[in-house]
Design a protein around this ligand. Structure first.
Ligand SMILES: Cc1ncc(COP(=O)(O)O)c(C=O)c1O
Length: 330
């Protein structure tokens, strides 16, 4: 039997696989998915969480066995901070909108965090007075600054940096510098600005394309900029985005079974939304298109049943038959 230590787990953050999407690729137009579900706690947010904790330690703000991490999140950052926090001996408290899937909240609780639920929209809104999650986390953190630390992913520069020095170079290397188009959704903007800035420095002709969900959407982890202000982290480098594609709930959910059947991937709603954006984006000539699949489908059994995408039984079979599910996640 091989045992995995905490350090091994942390060493497995990043270097996620890039897989070809046969369903979309044709002739010299190739499509790839960067499978961030392979991070140890199951999403792209392991990167930001790890960088923010490391940064807090380096600045002397965080002390193992003493400090408490508190953060507003729509899910994945909560899972990542709790999982990594547990390995590094931090207590974690997570403020999360009640609309987030029950599976997500259960994972956070099972990993050991205290969870506060609010009646916010799916993605905590930024901007004064618009959001309970951020206000609650800020108020708890400021009441005991000696103990509590909120990394504040919406403005924390190392959230950007983790992608600028990690995910961006990984994509450049994995495509051997051939990437021409990059697609992702936006929560804090760390992913799109970090990867986008790096790729543009390598080749200014690479198109960085942001995916925008409809208002009142069901895409856990994403933000619609008409209903929620842009986070500071995104605002700082928003010029890196060349183009936008809109995607509604229906378009996103309608490709979940298609990707499962054709590419053998059980995708999350946000990955389905990226896929739908890549599929409808007009391209001419040769292209190497990369999309971020920020997590995988395993947390969305209840969501897919509610949306009539898959019965519980079909979901269980999909988990068994899907390829590229990380064995380590959570
Ligand atoms: C589920 C999920 N979480 C997080 C992100 C990225 O978020 P951020 O902009 O905070 O880096 C995405 C973007 O694709 C996502 O789909």
């Amino acid at each position: 039997m091989t045992t995995v230590t905490g350090t091994d787990v942390l060493n497995r953050i990043g270097n996620t696989p890039l897989v070809k999407l046969d369903s979309l690729s044709h002739n010299s137009t190739e499509y790839f998915a960067k499978l961030e579900g392979h991070n140890p706690f199951g999403s792209v947010k392991d990167r930001a969480a790890y960088w923010m904790i490391k940064d807090g330690e380096e600045k002397g703000i965080l002390k193992r066995g003493k400090s408490i991490l508190i953060e507003p999140t729509s899910g994945n950052t909560g899972i990542a901070l709790t999982g990594i926090g547990k390995l590094l001996d931090y207590k974690v408290e997570i403020v999360i909108p009640e609309k987030v899937s029950n599976e997500t909240k259960d994972i956070i609780r099972n990993l050991g965090a205290k969870v506060f639920e609010t009646s916010d929209d799916l993605c905590p809104k930024v901007g004064a007075g618009t959001d309970q999650s951020i206000a609650l986390a800020t108020s708890i953190a400021s009441s005991r600054p000696d103990t509590y630390y909120s990394p504040n992913q919406y403005a924390n520069e190392v959230n950007f940096k983790g992608h600028y020095v990690g995910t961006g170079p990984e994509i450049w290397k994995q495509t051997e510098g051939k990437v021409t188009h990059f697609f992702t959704g936006i929560g804090t903007g760390g992913t799109i600005t970090g990867i986008g800035t790096f790729l543009k420095e390598k080749n200014p002709n690479i198109k960085i394309i942001g995916c925008q969900p409809q208002q009142n959407h069901l895409i856990q982890g994403w933000r619609n900029f008409e209903e929620s202000a842009k986070p500071d982290l995104f605002l700082k480098r928003e010029g890196v985005v060349d183009d936008w594609v809109s995607v509604d709930n229906n378009e996103a959910f309608s490709v979940v079974n298609e990707v499962l059947e054709k590419d053998k991937l059980l995708v999350s709603p946000s990955s389905a939304a990226v896929y739908a954006c890549m599929k409808k984006y007009p391209l001419d000539g040769d292209a190497c298109v990369v999309g971020i699949f920020a997590d995988d489908g395993r947390k969305f059994k209840s969501v897919y049943a509610e949306q009539n995408i898959m019965s519980g039984e079909d979901f269980d079979n999909a988990i068994k038959n899907a390829t590229h599910m990380s064995e380590l996640a959570y």
